[in-house]
Ligand binder design. Structure first.
Ligand SMILES: Nc1ncnc2c1ncn2[C@@H]1O[C@H](COP(=O)(O)OP(=O)(O)O)[C@@H](O)[C@H]1O
Ligand SMILES: [Mg+2]
Length: 266
């Protein structure tokens, strides 16, 4: 049996009559990268929020390293332990970064919370280096940074706790295509250098092609297709997946465009 870091089984979540998540199951191998793709409203964010622990499920299980995340307590130590298992990066890091806190202070706060009583200067330099931010960025406030740089800070903060899983919900959706390619490159490099695995949520099949090994396709809360990313994209079995592949989510969209831009940056 493969060593799965994340096992999700039978997730359900309804909001009134809306079945936001309808019997969703998947696994993520340790250090792997799984894409969840689907149109807006298909239940991707709700699934992500349940995995992270920001939302409760009506039914189902989320296991990390074989241990149930939902059954454990609400105490401070247990909350911190859960946060060290799974971290999340959102679409707009501006909303999750305190406007008055410098990059260095953001990282120091997180490190102090999770690893108290240590000197964090070297680790902060290492994290900045890992996400391609120079030490000059350390003193910057969020508004002094570009969208791509802010997303790098959000990634550094998430990596600071050495999570087993990083959940990225439309993490590059707000960025220009060239900046998207830089961030996708960075995420690919980080996965090579660290044991972290990705749950990569996007409406964009071009993004899925770049950074995931496996993919699940969601529609109306349910999984309609799943498999190796290259195989699903080359020969989609479900009509909905074919529709997603043929549709044009934004002007000038080209499913190979981001992959080509990524290769060109290498
Ligand atoms: N807090 C909520 N209250 C009511 N309905 C919600 C809530 N969150 C999500 N939904 C509904 O659940 C469905 C799935 O939403 P979501 O998980 O955000 O999809 P996606 O991320 O794929 O766009 C949608 O119909 C959405 O309107
Ligand atoms: Mg969403």
């Amino acid at each position: 049996m493969p060593d799965n870091v994340l096992e999700v089984s039978g997730l359900h979540r309804a909001y009134g009559d809306v079945r936001a998540v309808d019997d969703v199951s998947f696994t993520l191998p340790a250090g792997g990268s799984l894409g969840i793709v689907g149109e807006s409203g298909s239940g991707k964010t709700t699934t992500a929020r349940i995995v992270v622990g920001l939302e409760r499920a009506d039914a189902g299980e989320v296991l990390v390293h074989g241990r149930d995340r939902t059954g454990r307590g609400r105490g401070r130590a247990q909350r911190l332990a859960r946060a060290r298992e799974v971290q999340m990066v959102f679409q707009d890091p501006y909303l999750s970064l305190d406007p008055r806190t410098s990059v260095e202070a953001v990282l120091r706060e997180t490190l102090r919370l999770h690893f108290p009583g240590r000197d964090h200067a070297a680790r902060i330099r290492e994290l900045l280096d890992q996400v391609g931010l120079g030490t000059r960025a350390a003193d910057a406030l969020p508004r002094q940074l570009s969208g791509g740089q802010r997303q790098r800070v959000a990634i550094a903060r998430a990596l600071a706790v050495e999570p087993a899983v990083l959940v990225l919900d439309e993490a590059v959706a707000a960025l220009d295509v060239s900046v998207q390619a830089q961030i996708l490159n960075l995420l690919a490099d980080i996965r090579e250098q660290t044991p972290v695995g990705y749950l990569f949520i996007t409406h964009d099949l071009g993004v899925v092609r770049c950074v995931t090994d496996d993919v699940i396709v969601m529609r109306h809360g349910a999984i309609v297709e799943s498999g190796r990313t290259a195989e699903v994209l080359a020969a989609p079995r479900h009509p909905y997946t074919r529709l997603l592949l043929e549709s044009v989510p934004r002007p000038g969209w080209d499913p190979g465009g981001i992959a080509a831009a990524r290769r060109a940056l290498r």
